[in-house]
Design a binder for this molecule. Sequence first.
Ligand code: ZN
Length: 245
Amino acid sequence: MRHLIISDLHANLHALEAVLDDAAGLGYDAVLVLGDLVGYGADPDAVMDRTFALDPLAIIRGNHDKVAAGLEPADTFNDVARVSIEWTAAALAAGQLSRLAGLPRGPVQVGDDIEICHGSPFDEDYYIFDADDAGRAIALASRPICLFGHTHVPAVFTRTDDPLQHDDGLEDDELRLPRSGPALINVGSVGQPRDGDPRAAYGLLDTARRTIRLRRVEYDVAGAQDRILERGLPPWLAHRLGEGQ
Ligand code: ZN
C-alpha cells in the first residue's frame, strides 16, 4: 500500500495544493494526516475542507488543532503563535471547530506496520530532535514504522544495527527501510518548513516495497505570504515561509 503522509499543514492552502498535485502525479492509495491542520497560515477553513475531502485512512490532532478547538489554553504558545491561533479560532465556524475538537489524539495504529503520532508516541506534544529522544520513541512505538511531525524538520531515525538501505533502483529522494528493525520518520511540514528549505515537504511510504520518499515541492510562497498579510496576521509568519524557518 502506498501512503501519502502529510503533517503540519498549518492553514497553508498554496502549499497543500502543490503537495497534492505532486503526490497525484506519483500515485498513492491512502492518506495519513499527522496533525496541525491549522495555525499560522491564512486559510484554515479551506485547508480543513481539502484535507477531510481526501478521506484520510487515519488522522490525528496537533497542538495547534487542540488550542484552536478550545481544548487547551494557549499558555505554552509564543506571542506570534498565540495571536495566530486566536485569529484562527475566530475565523472558523462552529462546525469546523468541533471537527478539530473531534480529531483523535495520537498515537494511532494503522494496520500491523504503522503508527502515527504528532510529537512522539509517549507524548503528543513532545519534540523529537535528537537520537536520545528518537531512541525513547522507537522503544515505545507499537509498530515497526512510526511516523511523527511537530518539529517541521524531516528526519529518519533507525537502530544503528539495522540502518536504512541504499540500493540501486531507488529514486533520488527515496530510501529503503531497515530490513527488520524499526524506523521513526518525520516527513517534514507541508505548510511551514523549518529546515531552511522553503519548499513544502511531505512523504510517500510504500509498505510493499518498504520505501519512503521524502518529497520537496516548490509552491507559490508569495501567494501564501500575501494571504497572511491581507488577513492581518503577524508579518513574521509571512516572512518565515520565505526563509523556510
Ligand atoms: Zn506544527
